[in-house]
Every structure is written in C-alpha cells, then in structure tokens.
Design a protein around this ligand. Structure first.
Ligand code: GDP
Ligand code: IMO
Ligand code: MG
Length: 429
C-alpha cells in the first residue's frame, strides 16, 4: 500500500497542510483532487511560513505537484499564488507542477455570483469563502464550464460562451446586474492562457506512469468530510465531495489508488462559516481555544468558531471516508486546561443518539452529551515522541481512539513540520 490519501475529518483547517508537507518529502508526487482556492493551508518550516490555497502543499519540498481534474481552477489565483511562492524561493516549473487540462475554470462572474447570493441570503447565508467555488461547480455539472483545455482554443469558444452566458445573464438580470461582457472575458482569458497552458496536460497519463513505476502518490484533500456536499452539514457545505472516494474521480485513477487513508483530526473542533456545530462553545472557553489555537482563517481571516472534541462526528467521518488511521493535531492547544470535555453522544427530542442525523433542523437541534477528563500539567508543545507527553495527554489520545474506533497514526504538537510523533507510517500501510 504505497499511496496515502490525506483528508480533513472535521470542518476543515485540521492541519492538513502541515501533515502533507511533513509526508511530502517521502512521496514522489502530491495531488489535489477536489475543491479550489477556498482551501487555505499554513506550513511552517523553520523561519519560513507558507500560505497555500491551490497548489498542492508538496510544492514546498519540491515534490512533483499535480492539480487533478476534480479541482475548480481560478487561473488568476493560480498565477498570484505561484508568484508569491516564487517570491519565497519555491521553484515552480512544468517539471514539478502540472494542471489537469480538463479542470473547469472559475471565472470572474462566478466570484460575483457567489457574493451576490450570499448578500441576498442575509442571515441565511452559508458563509462561503467568496471564491466562486459553488457557481463554478454548478457550471461543471451543468455542462457549460470553460475548462483549462479550452484556453488553447479561444477562437472556437462562441458556442460554449452562448450557453454559458445565456445561463448567467438570466441569473445576473435577477440580481439587477448587467450581462457578461463577452469580449472583455475573452480578452482576459487570452491574456492568462499562456501562463496556465505551460502546466496543462492530461494528468491521468502522468499519474498512470508514476504508478506503473511503483512510485508513491500522496493525495491532498481540501476542506473536511463535514463540508462534503453529500455527507456534510448540508446546505452549509462546500460544493465538492471531500471524502476520500473522490480521489478516483478527481484525478482519473481507480478507487484502489487511495491507499492508506489518513484522516486529519484536530484535538478539539472548529468551523468557519454558518451551520450546525453541536459542541460549539460560545463562551470564554471557546474564546480561549481560539486564542491559543490562533483560530483565524487562512483564506478569509475570519474568526473560527471553536468547541470541544466531538467524537460522534469524527467516528462518523472516519466511517464515511474509510479512514485507516488519524493524524491528531493541535494537542498542544489543550495544554493547561484543568478539565477537558469530549462529546460522546447527542440528545435529540429526549432520546440519546450516536450519530449526526441528515436533516438540517435535527442537526441544529442535537444537544451534546459530554464526558469530562482531567487536563494535564506540563506541556506537549514540540513533543516528538510518546515519552515527551504527559501521561494524562496520552490518556486523552487513547480515549479519542477508543471513541472514534480508529487508531492514531501520528500526533502533531506544534505548527512546525518536525514537531510530530509518528506512531504508524502511513506509507508502510
Ligand atoms: P488545513 O486547512 O487543514 O491545512 O489547516 P490550516 O493551515 O488552515 O489550519 C491549521 C493551523 O494550525 C495552521 O496555522 C497550522 O500552522 C497550525 N497547526 C498545524 N498543526 C498544529 C499543531 O499541532 N499545533 C499547533 N499549535 N498548530 C498547528
Ligand atoms: P481547508 O482546506 C474551512 C467552508 C466555508 C463555508 C463553506 C462553503 O483550509 O480546510 P465555499 O467557499 O467552499 O463555497 O464555502 O465551506 N470552507 C472551509 N472551511 N476550511 C476550508 O478549507 C474551507 N473551504 C471552504 O467557510 O462554510
Ligand atoms: Mg485551512
């Protein structure tokens, strides 16, 4: 089992970027398979801090990095991110970076539509990242997207633009917006096309060859299972499937390519944007978790909502994604708490249940049932072996393992790449 799939097992921001960066030096290739630049990963390597949204986190170690067809690609965001990375000394060339030529594009009017809808929804808004992710995926399944490969055929775009504009102009009119300026759009695409096309290729072929050569692939998920469009807290979700199964459709490889599924799990819970959050703490304890964990969004700088660890949710997401083992992150943030709570079940209409129901109103109505543990004295910050952890912290980790019915493969104890305890090497299966 040479490949590893990293997915977020909560609502995103679990620390996937750090773990992917940590594993990337032992992979031959890192591949994104869904989402877009709504993702935001912070990587800390010594003095250097990298903020990455669209390019696979493996780029920092120089590992071959590939954007699969399941991603929605904003070409201007791609250019800006690559320029920023290059400014930090990271080399990005067609040798170490490729983009699937069948990726749908995020265009400026997708971003506009995302914002118009959110504003119109008022209090009922989803709290999207405003990147145009949802509208771009809608156009993909609506069969009217412009894709990376179309950038090489801009003179033949008329029929596609007719379909696309007919749809969007009607929507825009509803919001009192003018129709799309087709000439301006084509001019913008013409300008950006050479930049994107230097990286474009049918990446499924490259991945097939990587696999044939017996090399290791690391699949990098974005967001988290609770934001999955099918399995998440619908409608407060993103517009892609974030579960591990998407590796197959989002890259052009078979489902057996996923290998070891590593679920990234934060030692407490956070969420950005609207939607149900059973173990949310809207009090001083929640504030403290946020302050200690620096819980501000990488993409939108929004304050993340914080709460205790919810074992019901993680047990569910591990099952939904076939998680082989978890990487537990940010245990250091819990240092110094006198007591720590874990949500072990929910009460719904007076009945005890052990899963998150599908219906939005029921998801909002469940009340957490907690068990309480003693906290630990001393620190876990920077621990790199079990021996460095206070006994009570180990007890907390073991209790989580038990409750979520999934083993811990690693524990992360600071933002720094090397501050990680390896329990079971996912590349060794
Ligand atoms: P991602 O979207 O899943 O990649 O996660 P983000 O990068 O958005 O958010 C995770 C944040 O926690 C980042 O700022 C990381 O640098 C930081 N981080 C990751 N692992 C740890 C850890 O074990 N301890 C602490 N204190 N911070 C961590
Ligand atoms: P990473 O990869 C946390 C959330 C948004 C919003 C919902 C829909 O850093 O873990 P969208 O813009 O995707 O249509 O927004 O999804 N969201 C994330 N939350 N981490 C992310 O990515 C997210 N990407 C999207 O806040 O609630
Ligand atoms: Mg993030």
């Amino acid at each position: 089992m040479a490949n590893v799939t990293v997915i977020g097992a909560q609502w995103g921001d679990e620390g996937k970027g750090k773990i992917v960066d940590w594993l990337a030096s032992r992979a031959d290739c890192v591949v994104r398979f869904q989402g877009g630049h709504n993702a935001g990963h912070t990587l800390v390597v010594g003095e250097n801090v990298y903020k990455i949204s669209l390019v696979p986190s493996g780029i920092v170690t120089g590992t071959l990095s590939i954007i699969g067809n399941g991603v929605v690609l904003d070409p201007w965001a791609l250019k800006a991110e690559i320029e920023k990375l290059e400014g930090q000394g990271v080399t990005v060339t067609a040798k170490n970076f490729a983009v699937a030529d069948n990726c749908p594009l995020i265009l400026p009017f997708h971003r506009d539509l995302d914002a118009l809808r959110e504003t119109a929804a008022g209090k009922g808004k989803i709290g999207t990242t405003g990147r145009g992710i949802g509208p771009a995926y809608e156009d993909k399944v609506g069969r009217r997207a412009i894709r990376v490969c179309d950038l090489a055929h801009l003179d033949d775009l008329d029929a596609q633009l007719d379909r696309l504009c007919a749809h969007h102009d009607a929507l825009r009119a509803g919001f009192g917006e003018p129709p799309i300026d087709r000439a301006a759009l084509v001019a913008q695409l013409r300008e950006i096309a050479p930049f994107v096309l230097q990286f474009a290729e049918p990446v499924w072929k490259r991945l097939r060859d990587v696999r044939k050569a017996g090399k290791r692939i690391l699949f990098e998920g974005a967001q988290g299972v609770l934001l999955d469009v099918d399995h998440g807290t619908y409608p407060f979700v993103t517009s892609s499937n974030t579960v591990s199964g998407t590796v197959a459709s989002g890259t052009g490889m078979g489902p057996n390519a996923a290998g070891f599924v590593l679920g990234i799990v934060k030692a407490y819970t956070t969420r950005v944007g609207s939607g149900p959050f059973p173990s949310e703490l809207e009090d001083e304890t929640g504030e403290l978790l946020g302050r200690r964990g620096h819980e501000f969004g990488t993409v939108t700088a929004r304050k993340r909502r914080c709460g205790w660890f919810d074992a019901v949710l993680v047990r569910q997401t591990c099952a939904l994604s076939g998680v082989t083992g978890i990487a537990l992150t940010k245990i250091d943030v819990l240092d110094g708490f006198e007591t720590i709570k874990i949500c072990t079940g929910y009460k719904l209409n007076g009945k005890l249940i052990d899963y998150l129901p599908s219906h939005a109103a029921e998801q909002a109505a469940v009340e957490p049932v907690y068990e309480e543990m003693e906290g630990w004295k001393g620190t876990t910050v920077g621990a790199r072996s079990w021996a460095d952890l206070p006994a009570q912290a180990i007890k907390y980790i073991r209790r989580i393992e038990e409750l979520i019915e999934c083993p811990v493969a690693s524990v992360s104890t600071s933002p720094e790449r090397a501050d990680t305890i390896l329990v079971r090497d996912p590349f060794e299966g």
